[in-house]
Structure formats: structure tokens, C-alpha cells
Design a protein around this ligand. Structure first.
Ligand code: OGA
Ligand code: ZN
Ligand code: ZN
Length: 380
């Protein structure tokens, strides 16, 4: 690489007010760089000079005027905007942005709100949806026990994610079940539809009719469980975070598969996504990334390490101290973060009339709804 000539002395500095010259230039707020109406950027990264320096003028009234070298481009940054940019990381999907929990944190059952109040009052919607984002769960009571009502709940927090199962799906016993959900069998803690990419990030379950006995619900904070695995068995945590696994589902009209690790991390190594479903997990195969935890050994040792690690995680997920248990009564609708909170149910008599309706939605819609709710200036 040929050495670039040094900048002339009048070029300015490589930073102003603690912000890199390149950062300031890339985020220039002037009307040539940003559309004043939408706030969207008008210039691409390759339009900017490859080397930037900056000279700051005197701050006045909370404004920081700057001039960029080499093209003399000028801009004014507001100090309050600059201050907002140095806060905590913006990704609200990782463990760092969540309130982790165990059973003991919810002695009275899942955080719950009455549906009529949730509908009528913005402050109640904000509370419920904030619980869905931060704790990963929200229970609404008194949702009319009528077919399709789950779609109205989904519309209140975002947009329904239609799938091959339809806009909604019925969970009840059928004669030729295509899925264990449609039997009276117990179901261990799992996340739904790990065979999709992107996976649905919110799941709703609405109870139309309960079981006479059994069919109780359980929820487990998968981020808390993965955190325990990291503490107690760091090698197993590393194997699960570094090993892509295929999940698959097939029936007469669908053939779905997705390949992701059971524990997904962000680039800083924070837990960001849990996928766990033993019904649809496919046989482990060699071929993880070179040098990854389970990929750099012989396949027999790597397979053994993977199943030992998956078992260690499953054992933590099965701890009674972690699982919040409750009964869905007719009219109850539970919503949870399907990338974090695992759900389970106990078995029940297949002859009964237990009937749930479920659907999927997404967390970006929930965050958006909360953002809009927080704009209001008075309590509604
Ligand atoms: C499901 C499921 C839970 C229940 O349908 O995915 O987990 O309570 N059902 O029946
Ligand atoms: Zn500009
Ligand atoms: Zn499920």
C-alpha cells in the first residue's frame, strides 16, 4: 500500500469534542447530507472523502460548528444530539437490555393486565408491551374467548406473521396430528418454529377452552438459563454458541429448514437468541465453522461434545426453580418473546375439549408500538 502524503497543517484534527472526524462526517446533519423532511441520509459512504479531518469552531448556544477537510464542507451539530449518541448500545435484543428472571421473580404468575384496560388506556399498553420487551412475556386476561380474537391481540402489538399454518393456528387434539402440539402429550420447554429463518420473534397463545385437568403452561427465561450454562459449564456454552444445527419441518404442503446455533450471540458475545426444540432438531452434522468449538475435532468427538452440551442446557431448562407455571383460563392470552422465552405444557386427557388459538408476530412491531406510545406527553 503506497503511503499517503501527510495532511497539511491547516487540515484540522482527527476528532472534535471527542467524536472522530470520520464519524462526524458520516453523520453530518446538513441539508445536503440529510433530507430535512424524512431525516434520511442523502449521501452514500463512497461519496465521502476517504480521509477526513475536522476543525471545530467555538460552541455557541449548545451548537458545535465544524468545517471538514479536504472539501471545506460545513455543518453544525447540536450538543444535545451528540450527547444522545454516546449512551448505551442501541441493540435492545441482547441479554444486556433485558431483565432476566426465574420462577421466584413471579410468585403471583406472569405479569398480567385486563384486556379492556389494555385496550382503553395507552399507559396500560405501554406497561404490558414493555414487559413483553424486557421480561419477554405478557399475559392479558379477559380477551373474549372467541375464535380469531388472538389476531386482534396481535394487531394491538404489531403485525401478524402469517405462515404455512395460516394467520392463526388451532392447538387442540386432532385424529391424525401433524405435530405433537395436536395431541394430549406433555411438551417440554421449547421455542416455536426454529425451522424458519427469520424465526417468528413473538408467539401468542389464547385460551378458548381449558382442559379439565392438566394442560398447564410453563415458561422459562432462556437467556437466564443460557447465562447459567455459561457460568456452570463454559465449554458446553461455547459448543452450543459455536455449532450451527439444522431444524426442519415437513408436511403435505411445506418443507422448512433453518440452520442456526441453539444459543446465538451478538458480536460482543452477549446472548441474543435461543432456539431450542427437540421435536424438530435434525441429526448433528460435522461442518461448523473451521476452528469453532465443535468443528475442529474429529466428527465422533465433536458429535459427542455437541450432545453432551445440548443435554447440559436441557437439564438447566428443566429445573423447576426456573419455570414459571400457570394455567391458561378461557379468555387468557399470553404473548412471549420466542427468541428467548421457552414454553411448555403438561399432558392432559386427549378426550377433552382443550382449545387454544395461537399466532405469531414480531418484536420489531412491539418496539415500534412502545416507541409510539412513549411519544405521548400526558397519561391517556
Ligand atoms: C405449541 C405449544 C402449548 C400448549 O402449540 O407450540 O407449545 O399449551 N402448545 O398447548
Ligand atoms: Zn453535510
Ligand atoms: Zn410451542
Amino acid at each position: 500500500v503506497p503511503a499517503l502524503p501527510p495532511e497539511p497543517p491547516e487540515a484540522g484534527l482527527d476528532q472534535a469534542a471527542g467524536f472522530a472526524a470520520a464519524w462526524l462526517r458520516a453523520n453530518c446533519p446538513c441539508r445536503r447530507c440529510r433530507d430535512p423532511h424524512s431525516g434520511q441520509r442523502l449521501v452514500s459512504l463512497t461519496d465521502l472523502p476517504a480521509r477526513v479531518r475536522v476543525t471545530a469552531g467555538p460552541e455557541s448556544g449548545g451548537d458545535l460548528p465544524v468545517t471538514f477537510w479536504p472539501d471545506g464542507h460545513q455543518a453544525v451539530f447540536s450538543r444535545s444530539w451528540l450527547t444522545q449518541q454516546s449512551g448505551p448500545p442501541a441493540d435492545d435484543r441482547t441479554e444486556a437490555a433485558k431483565r432476566l428472571w426465574t420462577r421466584a421473580d413471579f410468585p403471583a404468575g406472569p405479569p398480567a393486565w385486563p384486556w379492556p384496560e389494555y385496550l382503553a388506556r395507552a399507559a396500560v399498553r405501554e406497561q404490558g408491551l414493555t414487559a413483553l420487551l424486557e421480561e419477554g412475556l405478557m399475559l392479558l386476561r379477559g380477551v373474549p374467548a372467541e375464535p380469531g380474537a388472538v389476531l386482534t391481540v396481535a394487531a394491538s402489538l404489531g403485525f401478524v406473521r402469517e405462515t404455512n399454518y395460516g394467520r392463526l393456528f388451532d392447538v387442540r387434539v386432532t385424529t391424525t396430528p401433524s405435530n405433537l402440539a395436536f395431541t394430549g402429550l406433555p411438551i417440554a420447554p421449547h421455542t416455536d418454529n426454529p425451522y424458519r429463518d427469520p424465526v417468528p420473534t413473538v408467539q401468542l397463545l389464547h385460551c378458548l377452552e381449558g382442559a379439565a385437568a392438566g394442560g398447564d403452561s410453563g415458561l422459562v427465561d432462556g437467556f437466564a438459563a443460557a447465562g447459567l450454562l455459561r457460568q456452570e459449564n463454559p465449554a458446553a456454552f461455547g459448543v452450543l454458541a459455536g455449532t450451527p444445527v439444522t431444524f426442519a419441518y415437513a408436511d403435505a404442503t411445506a418443507e422448512l429448514r433453518a440452520t442456526r446455533p441453539l444459543i446465538g450471540l451478538d458480536p460482543a458475545g452477549r446472548i441474543r437468541e435461543v432456539r431450542f426444540n427437540n421435536r424438530s432438531m435434525q441429526p448433528w452434522r460435522p461442518g461448523g465453522p473451521a476452528g469453532a468449538a465443535a468443528g475442529d475435532r474429529d466428527p465422533v468427538a465433536a458429535a459427542a461434545a455437541f450432545y453432551a452440551a445440548a443435554r447440559a442446557f436441557a437439564e438447566i431448562l428443566a429445573r423447576p426453580a426456573l419455570m414459571l407455571t400457570f394455567r391458561l383460563e378461557p379468555g387468557d392470552c399470553v404473548a412471549f418473546d420466542n427468541t428467548r422465552v421457552l414454553h411448555a405444557r403438561t399432558g392432559f386427557a386427549a378426550t377433552g375439549t382443550r382449545h387454544l388459538q395461537g399466532c405469531y408476530a414480531d418484536l420489531d412491531g412491539v418496539s415500534s408500538a412502545v416507541g409510539v406510545l412513549r411519544r405521548r406527553t400526558h397519561d391517556a
